[in-house]
Write a protein that binds this ligand. Structure first.
Ligand code: FAD
Length: 553
């Protein structure tokens, strides 16, 4: 944490040097001493400090300065740091002005020049002021800050991106938070620039694209090398596991993820069926641990970065990334999971991120405290969300098309839902419209049996309507089933015959696709078991098969 600041301002260079020296000698180990030779330049510095989230403990300012007096400076400076202690350095002739300033800008003290010896005439006063400041000071947040409107989809997108990429950040709602208004004023930007991301070095960006935020944060989107033993596409449980085991086994491994490590599992509030975690763990935690493990084994992770296409050059698999860069590898693993199915209903699209979410970020649950939350879907992920949001919302209503949860949900979740008083389940129900100005306010529910429609208030609509594989970019490279899942191993053999164009004198390995050296693991694989455990298992197994393949080359 940065040391709090003691600012001293004086236009007389000799005096300034002497004060700075005395302060540094006594307080330099605990405070950062900053000096300026005019009120104007000090004010610029104060604004920069505010943007960098640093604290100011004390302003020690000369009263008699030519363009801006000490009192005038303090009047402005305390707008940024109202809690900072203020002391004036005054000559005998300025005593009256100093006394008047006690009322005008609530000066805590004035010190007469000269202050020699400091042990007698300076340190006692400054000690008192600093003790007082420390007693009431609450350390400020020093990471990234996002200022925005609560219902802005862009604010929501940026916060979700930061959260899922493990970037500590503070959310400042400009409608309700004084600190947000103050920080916005410090940037000098207009509300039309919101959301604004203020970085810890004091720089800020108005309404920035995600790639720009990633670049500024130093998230890696370019590979260090042109060629790897193994490239893994997708950093969900399957991809993360493969990358960890691949690198641990000595393969030079690159992992490419287009959104954030963790994949779908990263959205789960509590994974209760993962081996070794009897009370469950959140998907965020699982992803955070796996990323740390991958980095420890030397995996290079590009995120956010998307693989757009793949082509073959002899035994090299060449990938083109979203920024046009190319990277080659000996073996490629596709672990791209499945994408959310859209709810094609009037009103949904324009309110995405403003109360309407696909697979809602858990970090948003608190925003719906005492709200009416509706959830579309009856599978495990919808059940987990219902339980999690029920801790905050007044009521959670699950809208399920069928007539029971048992067909689609694990028994343990169904039991927990039945035992939670503020969760209601409406069967035979679909959402047919969503309304709201700026954010979700009401939804219309249709009873699929009777056709009756009802419009009810809704603070949030969370959609868990299933998912489809994301494999169009692979369409002309590897074989897929009718839904787009990738075929591998035994599923490629038809009446014992190998796939068309298969060049090798052997059958495809168990997780190998119709192209030798391109493997698949996790939810995107045809007939995979789906889920975190099987994803991790397949990722590990894929590495074993990659070794076998490389040994065959
Ligand atoms: C809310 C929720 C709760 C869940 N709870 C549980 C649970 O409790 N237990 C359980 O077993 N399962 C649970 N699941 C299911 C589980 O999360 C998935 O089965 C699992 O994440 C699948 O892992 P995966 O690695 O195959 O794919 P995913 O987790 O889907 O990861 C695929 C990754 O690939 C990335 N990607 C896609 N295309 C590209 C590309 N072209 N370039 C770069 N990257 C790309 C995606 O951004 C994504 O991060 C839950 C799912 C959700 C949504």
């Amino acid at each position: 944490m940065a040391k709090p600041v003691i600012w001293t301002v004086d236009d007389d260079a000799d005096v300034l040097r002497a004060v700075e020296r005395d302060l540094r000698r006594q307080y330099g180990d605990r405070y950062k001493i900053i000096s300026a030779d005019s009120g104007e330049s000090a004010l610029d510095g104060v604004k920069q400090l505010k943007l960098r989230s640093e604290s100011v403990a004390l302003f020690l300012v000369d009263q008699r300065m030519p363009r801006m007096s000490g009192v005038e400076f303090l009047e402005k400076a305390i707008e940024f740091y109202p809690e900072a202690k203020r002391a004036l350095l005054a000559a005998y002739a300025d005593t009256d002005a100093a006394i008047r300033a006690i009322n005008a800008v609530h000066i805590d003290h004035y010190l007469m020049k000269p202050w020699d010896p400091p042990e007698e005439r300076l340190y006692g006063v400054v000690d008192d002021l600093l003790d007082d400041w420390q007693a009431f000071h609450r350390p400020v947040f020093e990471g990234v800050r996002v200022i925005g409107h609560r219902w802005s989809p862009r604010s929501s997108e940026i916060r979700d991106f930061l959260g899922r990429n493990f970037v500590p950040h503070q959310w400042l709602n400009v409608e309700t938070d004084e600190a947000a208004k103050q920080l916005l004023a410090t940037t000098g930007a207009d509300v039309s620039a919101l959301p604004i991301v203020v970085f810890s070095d004091g720089h800020f960006l108005g309404n920035p694209p995600i790639a720009e935020v990633a670049r500024k944060l130093g998230l890696r989107t370019k590979s260090e090398f042109p060629f790897y033993d193994l490239v893994v596409v997708g950093a969900g449980p399957a991809g993360l596991a493969a990358a960890v085991y691949g690198a641990a086994d000595g393969l030079h491994t690159l992992l490419v993820e287009r959104e954030a490590p963790g994949g779908q599992a990263g959205l789960s509030s509590r994974i209760e069926n993962y081996l070794g975690f009897p009370v469950g763990l959140s998907g965020f935690d699982l992803a955070r641990r796996a990323v740390a493990q991958a980095r420890r084994f030397g995996v290079e992770i590009l995120s956010p970065q998307e693989v757009k296409s793949v082509r073959l050059e002899g035994s090299t698999r060449l990938l083109t990334l979203a920024d046009g860069a190319e990277v080659g590898c000996r073996a490629l693993l596709i672990a791209t999971g499945i994408a959310f199915r859209k709810l094609d209903v009037p009103g949904v699209e324009k309110l995405i991120g403003a109360g309407v979410y696909y697979y809602a970020p858990m970090s948003d649950a608190f925003s719906y405290r005492d709200g009416e939350v509706h959830i579309v879907g009856g599978a495990n992920s919808a059940g987990q969300a219902a339980l999690y949001f029920s801790k905050f919302a007044r009521r959670v209503t699950m809208l399920v098309r069928g007539n029971s949860l048992s067909d689609s949900m694990s028994q343990y979740l169904e039991n927990q839902i039945a035992a939670t008083k503020n969760i209601a389940v409406r069967f035979h129900s679909s959402v047919v419209a969503v309304e709201g100005t700026g954010h979700c306010e009401a939804i219309t529910i249709k009873n699929n049996q009777t056709g009756a429609q009802e419009t009810v208030p809704a603070s949030a609509l969370l959609i868990y309507a299933g998912a489809v594989p994301r494999t169009d970019w692979l369409a002309r490279v590897v074989e897929r089933d009718a839904q787009g899942y990738l075929l591998s191993g035994p599923h490629l053999l038809r009446e014992g015959r190998r796939p068309a164009g298969w060049p090798a004198d052997r059958d495809p390995l168990y997780l190998e696709t119709s192209v030798p050296g391109i493997f698949v693991a996790g939810d995107v694989r045809h007939r995979s078991a789906k889920g975190v455990t099987s994803g991790v298992g397949e990722g590990a197994m894929a590495v074993k098969l990659v070794h076998e393949y490389l040994g065959l080359l």
